[in-house]
Design a protein around this ligand. Sequence first.
Ligand code: SF4
Length: 328
Amino acid sequence: MQPFTYVRASTVKEAAATVAAEPEAKFISGGTNLLDLMKLEIERPTHLVDVRRLALDSIEETPEGGLRVGAEVRNSDLAADPRVRSRYPVLSQALLAGASGQIRNKASTAGNLLQRTRCFYFYNRDMPCNKREPGSGCAALEGFNRMHAVLGASEACIAVHPSDMAVAMAALDAEVETAMPDGKTRTIAIGDLHRLPGSTPHVETALGHGEMITAITLPPPPSGRQVYRKVRDRASYAFALVSVAAVVERSGDRVRSARIAMGGVAPKPWRATEAEYVLTGAATSDPAFSEAAESALAGAVGHGGNDFKIPLAKRTIWRTLAAAVESA
Ligand code: SF4
C-alpha cells in the first residue's frame, strides 16, 4: 500500500477544503471499498480525510413529509429505521440485500453511492482497464463479462454500478445534497449523480474534487406498493446479476402509476422510464407486464458472457411487477 497521511475533519467545510487542497486526497468513512482498493493500489490517495465524526449520522423528517438521511448513517441503521421500513420498504429491502451484516454496519450512505465497480479487470493491475488507467483498453469487452452491463455502456467500459441501495433510491427520486470547498451547497437528482462511461469511464460522478455528499433526501413516499427483487449467484453476500426496484400504484385492475429502476445491468442505477410509460393506465397483468419488460430492455446489448442478462432482466421486471400488484 502506498504511504498516506490521515486527518480527522471537525467540520464539513474543513473536510471539503482539505480534500480540495490536495489533488490526490480523498474522503474516507466506513472504508469498506476504499481500503480494499488501496491495498491493491488501485486507489493511491496521498491524504485521507476522515468524515465519520461530522454529526451527519441522523435521519430527520422533512417539512414536505420525506426523510433526510445523513451521509454518515450506516447502511444497517438506515435499513432498520422504522420510518424507512414502513414508508420506504423498497429501500430497506435493497439495503438488506446488499453485502453482509458486518459490512452494512460499517458502510455509510454516501459511501454506498460512491462505491466503485467490482469489474474483475478493474481490480487486476495486470489487465488493461480504461477506468483504472485511461487509454489502456477494456479487458472485459472480449473477456469474462457475465457480470457486466447491457445498458448504458460504451466501447470504453462496460462495468456496472454495484449498489443495491442506489437502485431503490433511484426509484424513489432521491436527491443528493453536497457541500463544496467554497462553502456553497447544491442538490443533485440521484439520476444525475452517476455518469455514463462514454469515452471517460474514470469520471464516474458529477461531483467535483473536494465536493462532499452531506445528505440524501427522500421525497414523501410514493403511493403504491414497493418491492425490491435481486437475482444473484448465491443467496447472500453477492452482487446483483439483475435487480429491480418497483413502485406500483393500482386503481382497480389498472396501473395508476409505476416506477421501475434496475441494478446490475448498467453503469448507474437505471430508471426504466419507457417501461413506466407503457405501464401507466395499463392492466395490472400481462400483456402489459411483458410489454413493459420488453421496452425496458429495448436498447440492451450483450457482450457474449452477459447475454443472459437481457432475458433475465425481463423476467425479473415481470416478476417484480407481479409481486407489486398482488398486494397493492
Ligand atoms: Fe475497466 Fe470498465 Fe473494462 Fe472493467 S469494463 S475492464 S472497469 S474499462
